[in-house]
Each structure stands twice: as C-alpha cells, then as structure tokens.
Ligand binder design. Sequence first.
Ligand code: SF4
Length: 414
Amino acid sequence: MLQQTQVATVIDYYNRWMQKWPTLQALAEASLEEVNELWAGLGYYSRGKRLQEAARKVVSELAGQMPRTAEDLQKLLPGVGRYTAGAIASISYGQATGVVDGNVIRVLCRLRCIGADSSSPPVIDRLWAMANALVDRSRPGDFNQALMELGATVCTPKAPLCGECPVKQHCRARLRVEKELALASRKLLGKLPVVPDVEDCGVGGCPLCPPAAELWDSSLGVTNFPRKAAKKQPRVEQTATCVLERRGRRGALEYLIVQRPSSGLLAGLWEFPSVPLAPGLQQEQQREVLVDHLQAWAGQPVAAGSLRFIGEVVHVFSHIHQTYVVYSLSLDGDVTLDLASSPSRWVTEEEFRASAVSTAMKKVLRACERQRGEESGPATGSKRKRGAKPGAAGSTRPGTQLSLRTFLRAPNPP
Ligand code: SF4
C-alpha cells in the first residue's frame, strides 16, 4: 500500500484491511471482488490482487509458512520484488540484507557522489551492493528503516538538512559542494589555473559518474545527486463512457455497471460501459463508436441521438493520460438487457460507491451528478438542453427518461 501512496492515505485502508483479513488464511479465502472493493481508490490494483494471490500460495502450497529469506520471498511469492523481499526479510525475520528504495537511492547517491542515471543497471547494482555491505548485522531491520527514514526526513529531495545530518562527515556530495565553493572564490580572486581533479566525478568513463557533458550546477548543491533519466511522458488515450440510468423499484436512481476483464489495467473492477477511442475522432464519430459498442453489447440497435453528451473527465494513471468522453442515457421501466458479453449489475449511488470501482469512474459519476444539479437548479428563463449543443440532432429534453423502445430504436437514416 505504501509503495506509491502517502502514509496519511494508507492508514485507513490498512486498518480496514487488517480488520477484515487479520491472517494469511483469512486473506487467502477472500475473493478478488472483495479485495478490489477494499483497495478501491488506492490505485495500482494489481498490487491488492497479487497480495491475495501470494496469501493463497502460502496457504495452499507452502503449508501456511511465509518464506523467510529475501531470495525465497522474491522467488516464491507473486508481486514481491527485490525491495519488498529485502524489507520483509530484514524487518520481520532479521536477515542481514539491505533494501534500496527511492529514499535509499537518494542518500547513497549523495554519500558517494553517484551522478549517472540512478535507474541504470550499473548504478542499481552498485547501490544494492552498498546497501548489503552497509547493513548492520545485528539489527538489520532497524538499520534499513533508519536509512529510509534518513532519506525521508533529513536527506530530502529538494531541501536536505545537511547541517543536521548524522552522516555528514562521510558525505561526498557535501564535500563536493565545499570544494566547488572554494573553487568559485579562488576564481573570483583570480587565483587560477583550474585543473580538473582526477578524483572528481565526470572525469573518465565511469558508469557511476555523471556524463562529462552534464556540468555541475552550483545552484543545486548536493541535490545535483541523484540524477534521473528524463521521465517518460504518459500515453495519451481517450475512452467513450456511457452512464446508463434508470429509476429502480423504490424510485431511487440506479446505474448500470459492467465488470472489466480479469487481467490488464484495472483488472476485475467495475465501470460504466466504456470503449477505447482511436485518436483524432470528431465528437459525432466518438458518439457513433459508443453507439456501436452499446449495440454490440445489448444485441439491439441503439439510437445515437438518445445519448446525451456530459463532458470530458481526465484521469492520469501512472503511465496513461486518460480522457473519458462521457455520455448519459436514461432508461425507464424494469429493463432487462442481454448482457451476455460481460457481467453487469444495476446499483444505487450508495452501492456504486461501495463497489470495486476506480477513482476515474467516481469522477465520471460526479460529472453526471454536477450536470443534473445544474439542471435542477433555480430556473431562470428557458433551460438549455443538458450537455447538448443548441440544436443538436436527437437531443432529449432535460430530465426526460427514455423508454426502452426509444433507447433500442434504430437511428434515423441520414
Ligand atoms: Fe544527504 Fe546532506 Fe546528509 Fe549528505 S550531508 S547524506 S547530502 S543530508
């Protein structure tokens, strides 16, 4: 839970998780649906899924015994990488093995003036070798936590507190800053020549040094380290989404949600019927793609004009910049659609919020509710049609629910 999320956010999730599944055995018996419901909002859903798979494996294949070394943890349990394995083995089982997370990378790169791309294999290998060599043999768990804490609280990314740092006398980045300052004042006083020191970073072809072309930036001080490769831009994608609504038996508004496939992005989560869009489509073309999708899914013709455009909702996943082009469609009566292609169900708003739905889908529902709220606000003169451009073909009156016959009616010929 903590790998990409802040502690303050995680606490509530962690407490609820431990209350529900206090033992590996209890977690092993949970369904993916339950795990997704509890994980909803944390992101990186595959982590919850793997955690549950790992619990199942420990219970069914390892006689209920957790592996106790970093090597076995990484080899035997799904979702356990090098860092997690090292952290569990040292903190829980006292194995003298190091850990390398973002905080440790920063501390070690500064301590040793490692200026090459900190995600490159030679740097990563060196950092793990250092962490394994440094770890205290008698209290490995405490040592690893202290090193991570040092990075989180003292050797911070932007404003490290070098003056208060307990390892400042060992820190080469700090030494380098002092040397650079001395050099700058000598230059200022005209005391040249400036001959590169063979021990300085950037001289020679060392895979741990910054490239010779990347000059020392004196305004950055110790934060010249670590260096990161330019961040990959997230992929830009668009998805058309339809919020299908109806009045349930007790008069409450209900929404139709469908389940995503059990693998891939947001595996097993529930969402409003959605379809990916090819780049460069005009709004009307996007609407047609969505209509085709609903048609194929319902096995009936759908009238394109029945869909009401709500707006666009942007959600940024770690590697995808996703824009949802949101439509809504109101149905009336006790509708039974042929939904053989994917599991689906009608939910009230409360049930929707308690379901395993992504944060993105919650944003989509909020956009629809906002639209509805604007429409039901105090009327001043004539109201505009919801989300529709003035005069848009086939738009419905605000608040009007469609009959199933209208919904499934073949579109008018052009
Ligand atoms: Fe980090 Fe400064 Fe300590 Fe060096 S002296 S480890 S740069 S806080």
